[in-house]
Write a protein that binds this ligand. Structure first.
Ligand SMILES: [Zn+2]
Length: 269
């Protein structure tokens, strides 16, 4: 059964409940016989007092899922360890990775909205939806989402790929950028491509979307056609960009990302 999100926790908390606990952006993982999993309530009995600000996430296969922060000293435990969330791709089941991403977003949001941004009072959780409200001035804050476009630009049989300064690994990918207030997604696609590599695009069409919880993006993917100009990488965000043929691709991003799904679509489509 797929994960069913919900903000309203069950009355009883079974021992089988799963806990997505973060220390900064690192997730607490149970490792037994080299198999990684998410700890349940019984695994965490001795850490109860240092697991703070719990939030209910929803239910996975009849098991309630919670997110929380860890406020203790580094755990010295033979079976529990904190791991970088991105490093867990391929080590945890994909369902669990996406729930962990959701949990990471909510933990970050919870931490940064404990006080009202308008009047400074302590906020409280709303009871009828996932939001925080200020008891003094009634300001409501919803979990933050940052929409970003990502686009495969095609020219004849080639795809535009660029090397972003922020990539930790030396790969090339399709270009992406955050949506600005007042902008449509299509306007954002045109602006980002113009700013990053100085070319024009046309025939922008929707491809798909993916939450990207590092820390709170929603990636909205498009395909577009080249419409003019010469590639010139901006140098500040994109250090190099070029057209690549299917049989001559550089190193590309890992499977789990929608960037890779766009590139795979280009290769196999
Ligand atoms: Zn307030």
């Amino acid at each position: 059964m797929p994960f069913k999100p919900n903000f309203d926790p069950p009355a009883v908390e079974p021992a089988s409940a799963l806990w997505f606990i973060f220390d900064k952006s690192r997730l607490l993982i149970k490792i037994k016989n080299d198999i990684s999993s998410i700890p349940d309530t019984s695994d965490l009995a001795k850490y109860k007092s240092v697991i703070l600000r719990k939030q209910y996430l929803g239910i996975l296969d009849d098991r309630p899922c919670f997110a929380a922060e860890f406020a203790g000293d580094l755990i010295r435990d033979t079976q529990l360890a904190f791991k970088d969330l991105r490093g867990l791709f391929g080590m945890l089941e994909e369902d669990l990775i996406w729930i962990a991403g959701r949990a990471n977003q909510l933990v970050n949001w919870n931490q940064s909205h404990r006080y009202c941004g308008r009047c400074g009072k302590l906020t409280v959780d709303k009871t009828d939806e996932r939001a925080k409200i200020c008891p003094q001035c009634n300001l409501v804050n919803y979990p933050r989402l940052s929409p970003a476009i990502i686009v495969a630009v095609l020219k004849n049989d080639r795809i535009l790929l660029g090397r972003n300064k922020r990539f930790r690994l030396p790969f090339y990918s399709v270009l992406a950028g955050f949506v600005e207030p007042g902008e449509t997604l299509e306007e954002c696609v045109k602006r980002e491509i113009r700013e990053e590599v100085s070319i024009k695009v046309k025939n922008i069409r929707y491809f798909g979307s993916q939450p990207w919880p590092f820390p709170d993006s929603l990636m909205i993917a498009f395909v577009a056609d080249y419409a003019g100009g010469e590639i010139s990488a901006d140098g500040s965000e994109i250090t190099d960009a070029a057209w690549f043929a299917k049989d001559n691709l550089p190193q590309i991003p890992p499977k789990i990302s929608i960037a890779r799904q766009l590139i795979d679509w280009f290769v196999h489509g």
